[in-house]
Design a protein. Structure first.
Length: 369
C-alpha cells in the first residue's frame, strides 16, 4: 500500500515516535512517503534517505517559558499563505511518481488537507486527540480552564472526520467518540532495549534553559545526586552534574536513575513510565496537554505534579519514591505490539476496498494499571 505520512516539525517527540511507526510500515512491505519540516525533517531524512520531503510547518511562539497565544496566532496568519503555496507545490511534485492510497498523520495538518482534497482515508496516530475524544478523570482547576478550552478547540480542528484515531496514552480514560482506539505509548527501540536499574542519581531534564537558578536550587539538597540535562554543558557543581546532550548517555542515565524530574512532555514521561521510574512533573505554563500528563502522573500514583521546581517540592517528591515505585510496578506494556496490530488491521481493511459508509466503531482500551 502507498502511504503518505505527515509529521509536524515542532519538537522532536513526534518525529521520534513516527520513526518507529514508519519503520514498522516499511517492514510490512508498504511504500511510505514522508513529509515533515524543521528539525523533525532532518531527523527523519537521515533515518529514511530518499523517502522524506521537506514542507513548511506550524510553529509555536513563546513569551518566556509559556506559549504565547497572541504571538502564535500572529505568526500563523503572517506565514500561512506562503506556507500553503509551497506545501501544495510539493504535493503536486510528489504526485508525479507517488499515488497515496491512505494518509497517516501524527497531528500534521497539510497531509490531512491533501487527503481531503483527494478523498483519501486518514488514519490519525498521536497523543493529543485524547483531549477531545475521551472524558477526563481529573478536575481541571479554574486557572487551567481557559487553556483546556483552547486546547480542546485546537485538537477538534485538527484532523476532523478521520477514518480512525489511534490515541497513544499511558493512562486509561473512557472514550466519548467512535472510531477511536486507545493504545500504549510508542516506545523507541533504544528504550525497549534498555535494562532498567536503580542508581543513586535523579535525572533532571529541563528544556527551558532560562531557569538559571536551577543548579543553586538543587544544591539545597546536598544529600542527593542530580544529573541535569538541558543546558548542554559538561560541568560539575558539587552534587549537580551538568550533562552535555548525548542520546546514548541520556538513555543510560534514564535507565539507571532512581527518579526523574521533567516538564509535562509526553515522550519522556511515557518512557519513564515504561521503565518504572518515579516522575516529578512540572508542566510548561499554558500547555494544557502537559498539565494533563502531569495531573495523570499524580492521579495514578506514579509521581508528583507541581507548578514549579522548589527545594521543598523536591523533598516531598523524593520522600514518596517507595509508593511511586509500587504503583509503577503494576504498569505493563508489550512494546509497540498493540498499536502495530491494530494499525495493520485498519490498513488491511482500507486496502480491501470494501469500506462501509460509516466505519464500525472500534472503541478499545487497554489496561494501563
Amino acid at each position: 500500500m502507498n502511504i503518505l505520512y505527515g509529521v509536524p516539525g515542532e519538537g522532536l517527540g513526534h518525529a521520534t515516535r513516527s520513526k518507529v511507526v514508519i519503520g514498522h510500515l516499511l517492514a510490512r512491505g508498504h511504500q511510505v512517503c514522508v513529509v515533515s519540516s524543521s528539525r523533525a525533517y532532518k531527523m527523519l531524512a537521515a533515518a529514511f534517505p530518499g523517502r522524506v520531503h521537506e514542507i513548511r510547518g506550524f510553529h509555536l511562539a513563546y513569551n518566556g517559558l509559556a506559549v504565547s497565544k497572541l504571538r502564535t496566532a500572529a505568526l500563523t496568519l503572517r506565514t500561512a499563505p506562503e506556507d500553503l503555496r509551497i506545501n501544495f507545490a510539493k504535493y503536486r511534485e510528489l504526485l508525479c511518481d507517488f499515488e497515496p492510497e491512505v494518509v497517516v498523520s501524527d497531528f500534521e495538518s497539510f497531509t490531512y488537507l491533501f487527503a481531503k482534497l483527494h478523498r483519501l482515508p486518514v488514519v490519525s496516530i498521536d497523543n493529543m486527540q485524547i483531549i477531545s475524544r475521551a472524558k477526563l478523570n481529573v478536575a481541571v482547576p479554574k486557572a487551567e480552564r481557559g487553556n483546556y478550552s483552547l486546547a480542546k478547540s485546537i485538537v477538534r480542528a485538527k484532523l476532523p472526520h478521520s477514518r480512525h484515531y489511534f490515541v497513544t496514552t499511558f493512562f486509561d480514560l473512557p472514550l466519548q467518540k467512535e472510531r477511536t482506539t486507545l493504545v500504549p505509548p510508542i516506545i523507541r527501540p533504544e528504550i525497549l532495549a534498555a535494562q532498567p536499574s536503580q542508581g543513586q542519581h535523579v535525572l533532571v531534564y529541563q528544556s527551558a534553559t532560562t531557569q538559571q537558578n536551577l543548579v543553586a536550587l538543587l544544591q539545597q539538597l546536598p544529600d542527593q545526586e542530580f544529573r541535569l540535562y538541558g543546558f548542554n554543558k559538561q560541568e560539575s557543581h558539587g552534587n549537580v552534574q551538568l550533562c552535555a546532550f548525548s542520546e546514548a548517555g541520556f538513555i543510560a542515565d534514564l535507565a539507571s536513575a532512581r527518579a526523574i524530574v521533567t516538564n509535562g512532555g509526553f515522550s519522556l514521561i511515557s518512557e519513564a513510565v515504561f521503565l518504572h521510574k518515579p516522575i516529578c512533573a512540572i508542566p510548561i505554563p499554558a500547555q494544557f496537554e502537559q498539565w494533563l500528563n502531569a495531573a495523570e502522573v499524580e492521579k495514578m500514583g506514579y509521581g508528583r505534579h507541581f507548578e514549579a521546581i522548589t527545594a521543598d517540592n523536591m523533598r516531598a517528591f523524593l520522600y514518596g519514591l517507595a509508593n511511586f515505585e509500587k504503583a509503577l510496578s503494576g504498569y505493563q506494556q508489550e512494546g509497540n505490539e498493540v498499536l502495530f496490530a491494530r494499525l495493520d488491521e485498519e490498513l488491511k481493511e482500507i486496502g480491501s476496498r470494501h469500506l462501509p459508509a460509516e466505519p464500525a466503531p472500534q472503541e478499545a482500551s487497554w489496561g494501563g494499571e
